[in-house]
Ligand binder design. Structure first.
Ligand SMILES: C[S@@+](CC[C@H](N)C(=O)[O-])C[C@H]1O[C@@H](n2cnc3c(N)ncnc32)[C@H](O)[C@@H]1O
Length: 368
């Protein structure tokens, strides 16, 4: 088997670029929000890579650092400490990553003293275990953390470890779940331990309730999401499917958070990458010229809003927006385009105080 530093593994297909676009967009919102309330925040890249791809594209560590240093509000975050911990098991990749970081630091010299970087040449599970033990000994919690967990395969990211590491309320995860490999190997002899570790449960329990004519990929997605919710304890978990050039889903990106604002930010990132539905990217369509930006079908949102709020009066628009963010696949920006035609067709009654326009703050809705 080739080493993880073999350059044949470092092409940058469109789905990788889409993943990086989501990460970038999310961090643009996450850095200022988290640093508003916390003196120190941690970006932990558990499978950090070698820093750069064959086509020159930057990897996740450089992307994360650049998003912070180029942030339009970076000056306001000068009194906060940002710690970037990059864990990389392959020695050659770790050396290359350090070299790339040094070049970035030279580019931005003098490097801000409040951005600390550390490349750790070790396995994610070993490093995470040692972080957990140190914190336990010192009776401390992990600083507010964004953990990016982006392996090539499905080994080395035990669910039990994620549970211990990410127990603190201000931690989040953005994890790459290689469902294509998992569904192919889950019933193979010799894979029981790896699967048990990945899901935090026996293969028998993972496959419980799955019938052969059902969609195995979807079943595995549901089980992993359930584990992130119930075992790790994230109140909100969103999925984004990455399809390969054959149209099959190769992996899911899951975002787990305990905060509503995190869901809002990640929805924004997901809809940016997939303007038609906010939940899927396909290599097959990437790079093709499309005449029109795909428009989302807002009818299901319209129906869901009418059903959910049926019989309620004086509902603030912001409440409907949060409902869309947290309970539907849509974003808050989809709500007003749905309310407008509902008002026009008298399907809702809009209480608009004098001087208030459209659906401004203070406007409320009565639902039949
Ligand atoms: C998909 S790549 C990471 C790409 C990177 N996150 C990016 O977006 O640029 C996976 C990386 O994990 C490393 N790796 C493999 N097993 C690992 C483990 N158990 N712990 C930490 N890193 C590992 C590989 O050497 C490889 O560099």
């Amino acid at each position: 088997m080739s080493k993880d530093s073999d350059l044949s593994k470092w092409d940058c297909p469109p789905h990788t670029k889409a993943k990086h676009q989501m990460l970038s967009r999310y961090l643009d919102g996450w850095f200022p929000i988290l640093s508003r309330w916390n003196g120190r925040i941690l970006f932990l890249d558990g499978f950090a890579g070698r820093g750069r791809y064959n086509d020159g594209s930057e990897g996740s560590p450089l992307i994360a650092l650049r998003r912070l240093i180029q942030h339009r509000h970076f000056e306001n975050m000068r009194d906060r400490e940002f710690v970037f911990l990059f864990i990389e098991a392959d020695a050659d990749n770790a050396v290359n990553l350090q070299k790339e970081i040094d070049l970035l630091k030279a580019e931005y010299a003098p490097w801000p003293h409040n951005i600390k970087t550390h490349v750790q040449n070790d396995r994610f599970d070993k490093s995470a275990e040692s972080i957990i033990n140190t914190l336990r000994e010192q009776k401390r919690n992990l600083a507010p953390t964004f953990a990016f967990v982006d392996p090539f395969g499905y080994s080395g990211l035990p669910m039990d470890l994620l549970t211990d590491l990410l127990a603190h309320p201000c931690t989040e995860v953005f994890v790459n779940f290689m469902v294509g490999h998992v569904q192919r190997f889950i019933t193979r002899d010799g894979q029981e331990r790896a699967m048990r570790s990945l899901f935090g449960m026996d293969v028998r329990d993972v496959l419980n309730g799955y019938s052969v004519d059902a969609d195995r990929v979807e079943h595995l997605r549901e089980v992993y999401v359930r584990q992130l919710r119930e075992q790790v304890g994230f109140n909100f978990v969103q999925s984004f499917a990455m399809a390969n050039s054959t149209g099959n889903i190769g992996y899911y990106l899951f975002h787990g958070t305990r905060h509503q604002l995190g869901v809002k930010l990640m929805k924004d990132a997901m809809w940016k990458v997939d303007p038609g539905a906010g939940c899927r990217f396909s290599d097959r369509l990437a790079g093709q010229d499309v005449l029109f930006t795909p428009e989302p079908d807002l009818r299901p949102l319209s129906e869901a809003i009418l059903q959910h709020f049926a019989g309620t009066r004086s509902v603030p628009v912001s409440e409907i927006e949060w409902y869309a963010i947290l309970e539907t696949p849509y974003r808050e920006t989809h709500v007003r385009p749905v309310l407008r035609p509902l008002e026009k067709h008298s399907a809702i009654k809009v209480n608009r105080p004098p001087g208030k326009r459209q659906f401004a703050d203070g406007v409320t809705i009565d639902f039949p």
